[in-house]
Design a protein around this ligand. Structure first.
Ligand SMILES: C[S@@+](CC[C@H](N)C(=O)[O-])C[C@H]1O[C@@H](n2cnc3c(N)ncnc32)[C@H](O)[C@@H]1O
Length: 293
């Protein structure tokens, strides 16, 4: 690697260092209890000495009915180890790895194959690769990610195809940093485990009733712009552009996702390009949806 590449990598590594709080893990995991029964849970971006994910699953091993808990520790420079827990209150078994615990390393991929559910907060700088690997190996997962990952075309495609959705807890989370300070990140949970929030019926009441002042049409796409999620009209059956926060309330029984305005690949019909305009003004980060009838 050149000096510059090294510097960029080091900066990315530094940006990836923020740690999930126990309370946030507990708040989210309580919605998936039935999914952990008799399962092998793998924390593949977690130093078990520090990770609150390790702490949480060790403490809850029996109440969740886990079969096994595994964590691999990553070190950029040197070989590391994995830790395995086989029962509540037992001594974890430490095994050296010959590689550095990179989630992509063949050793870690072998462990991934053995796992049923992957849970972690992965390096944000490797978001696309990280999620792609989980999908390639057809794994169940609950992971922390940046809210803006929604608009990454690879991840949006999974959302659109109902292969990945948001978790339950509100976004904007606080994390500890290596220097002991806290950092707020517009982060949320992503999962492919069912939870009851996805089935909630929302009590929206606004009507479209042809009101093009409140619901203007896009200049370059046959849809209406809905500026605020709570304004989604109950009587409009065509395509609507809504802010990406819609996904926090997305019930797949009620709505179909048809596209996103972040790039041509995200539009199934190739109808619109990178941007969508209302009266010549660009709108950003819109998801296009249609009510299911
Ligand atoms: C956002 S931090 C979260 C740490 C921990 N999972 C938690 O939630 O407290 C992401 C972690 O991934 C680790 N990491 C970076 N690159 C990695 C890689 N290629 N494979 C595995 N872990 C990696 C970093 O050391 C970093 O601690």
């Amino acid at each position: 690697m050149s000096g510059n590449q090294n510097l960029n990598r080091a900066k990315k590594d530094q940006n990836d260092e923020f740690y999930t709080a126990y309370d946030d893990i507990e708040l989210e995991m309580k919605h998936y209890k039935s999914h952990f029964q008799d399962r092998v849970v793998f924390l593949n971006c977690d130093d078990p000495k520090e990770s609150k994910f390790w702490e949480y699953f060790s403490i809850k091993f029996r109440s969740l009915g886990l079969k096994k808990l595994i964590a691999t520790h990553y070190d950029r420079e040197r070989p590391t180890y994995k830790l395995e827990l086989f029962g509540y209150g037992e001594e974890p078994v430490r095994t050296s790895l010959t590689q550095n615990g990179d989630f992509r390393s063949p050793e870690c991929v072998e462990i991934l194959k053995e796992a049923d559910v992957v849970v972690t907060n992965p390096p944000f700088s490797l978001a696309r690769e990280y999620v792609a690997q989980l999908v390639e190996h057809d794994k169940k997962f609950v992971i922390v990610g940046g809210f803006n990952w929604i608009t990454y075309k690879e991840i949006f495609k999974l959302i659109k195809d109902n292969r990945l959705w948001l978790g339950v807890s509100p976004r904007n989370m606080r994390f500890m940093q290596p220097d002991g300070t806290e950092k707020q990140v517009n982060a949320c949970w992503f999962t492919n485990l069912e939870h009851k929030r996805r089935k909630e019926e929302l009590k929206w009441t606004r009507e479209y009733a042809g009101n093009e002042d409140h619901y203007p049409r896009y200049d370059n796409y046959d849809a209406i712009e809905v500026r605020c999620v709570s304004d989604i009209p109950i009587d409009y059956t065509g395509v609507m552009g809504v802010p990406i926060t819609f996904l926090e309330n997305y019930n797949p029984d009620r709505f179909e996702i048809v596209g996103c305005n972040r790039g041509r690949d995200q539009d199934p019909g190739g109808v619109y390009g990178r941007s969508s305009y209302v009266h010549g003004k660009e709108t950003f980060k819109r998801i296009f949806i249609r009510r299911k009838v």
